[in-house]
Design a protein around this ligand. Structure first.
Ligand code: CP3
Length: 392
């Protein structure tokens, strides 16, 4: 009978078996350590290197870094090409292959200092279970809400499951970016998202949401609480998937009076940021409470934002005096000036850079790029920013 070939049958075999096992254990440990380090560097890339992270850390750079709100979108022919392949805008946001591609398109063309995740603020109502549709020439259309109770017991697992493709997109985009480009994740602020949920789409007068907030204050606060909770979980997952900076879009902050602004803009934003900072103490957050006017200062002091994104109605001289001593500033070229191009654009650009460029500053627009923007104007803008140097 053949002798057993068991590794323990002779001393030498036993020794080989033992060292082979040790070797495997070493490899496994090395792999674990390597993977942990890779994960760590992936999520906390050195703040000293990427220009946008440096500015958000309080450094002034000359020339300042830049990116543009809605930098991926219909003004780019390559975006329109991808967009024509999917019927529905939601499917574009929920198909990582396409979402990664359109996120990277403006970076390839203009090499901005940040890529912003390609998605939409209305992904949160969608993941909470409200029907959201984007119709040509009509904009977003959301299912009519008879009451908000259907969101009250939202299930966090189902919520994350619906947004899984967004997290995957972040992961894939992060792999593609070089060492200088920051990845920005985002959400809409509770007030702005609530306006779409209650109005059922875009609005000019905000009468439905205002009547709802006034006639059913408890239900309205309930909705804001749900949105705080959902936004926190959404942003938290964006950060663990690779987002290095978060921007909170409060596009309709400017339609509120001071009391409402404190309750519906400052308070919910502060809560989201506080909760995020418990999990990720160093994650920079840029707030965009559009057209907040004199309330920009209280928003900065009370919410705990790292930086403020300003719309074009904020005068640069006022910003330099009143806002720059408080935090890093981002903004604020009028997107219509970018459509016009030429001398008007040069003049505005020079005014912004020379007034705001000496303190920590990120160049951006005062609101999203308009679909009618000629891509050559963006190229010209990019060249001017890159060649700008502060005269001493
Ligand atoms: O900045 C980027 O490049 C990232 C992508 C992004 C989109 N929407 C893509 C988009 C971001 C950050 C947003 C934010 C967003 N979405 C806001 C806050 C900023 C702002 O503009 O005030 C708001 C209010 C929305 C809601 C929304 N989404 C509206 C009102 C519309 C219709 C109007 C429009 O511009 O078409 C959208 C659709 C949308 N979101 C498009 C894009 C590229 C166009 C859809 C298409 O291509 O068919």
């Amino acid at each position: 009978m053949e002798k057993s070939k068991s590794p323990v049958s002779t001393g030498i075999h036993y020794y080989n078996y033992f060292s082979f096992n040790l070797f495997i254990v070493y490899i496994a440990q090395y792999k674990t350590i390597f993977m942990t380090l890779k994960q760590k560097t992936k999520h906390t890339s050195s703040p000293s290197k990427k220009p946008i992270l440096q500015v958000l850390n309080g450094k002034s750079l000359n020339p300042p870094p830049f990116w543009l709100m809605r930098q991926a979108g219909r003004y780019l022919p390559e975006y329109r090409k991808v967009r024509s392949q999917v019927e529905n805008f939601l499917n574009l946001c929920l198909t990582p292959k396409h979402a990664v591609e359109v996120t990277l398109q403006p970076i390839r063309r203009y090499n901005m200092d940040a890529a912003i995740l390609f998605s939409d603020i209305l992904m949160v109502p969608y993941a909470l279970g409200q029907n959201v549709d984007f119709r040509k020439s009509e904009g977003p259309v959301l299912e009519k809400l008879s009451n908000i109770s259907k969101f009250c017991d939202f299930n966090i697992e189902t919520f994350h499951h619906s947004l899984g493709p967004v997290y995957e997109t972040i992961n894939l985009v992060k792999e593609e970016l070089d060492n200088n480009t920051t990845l920005i994740g985002f959400c809409g602020a509770p007030w702005t998202v609530a306006t779409y949920m209650i109005e059922g789409g875009s609005t000019r007068d905000f009468t439905r949401v205002m009547s709802f907030a006034r006639s059913q204050p408890e239900a309205f606060h309930g909705l804001l609480s749900i949105l705080i909770e959902a936004s926190f979980h959404y942003l938290n997952k964006q950060i663990t998937s690779g987002a290095e900076v978060i921007q909170i879009f409060d596009s309709w902050a400017g339609v509120l009076n001071e009391k409402e602004f404190r309750q519906w803009v400052i308070k919910p934003t502060k809560e989201i940021i506080q909760r995020l900072h418990v999990q990720h103490p160093h994650i920079p957050v840029i707030g965009f409470p559009r057209q907040a006017g004199p309330l920009y200062t209280d928003y900065i002091k009370e919410t705990g934002v790292t930086a403020i994104s300003l719309d074009q109605t904020a005068s640069v001289a006022w910003v330099a005096k009143n806002i720059q001593p408080l935090c890093a500033v981002q903004g604020n070229l009028d997107p219509r000036v970018l459509v016009a191009g030429g001398e008007a654009m040069q003049e505005s650009l020079q005014e912004i850079l020379s007034t705001l460029g000496e303190a920590p500053f990120i160049f951006n627009l005062g609101h999203g790029i308009l679909p009618t923007t000629p891509p050559e104007h963006v190229a010209e803008l990019t060249a001017c920013i890159r060649s700008w140097s502060q005269k001493t």
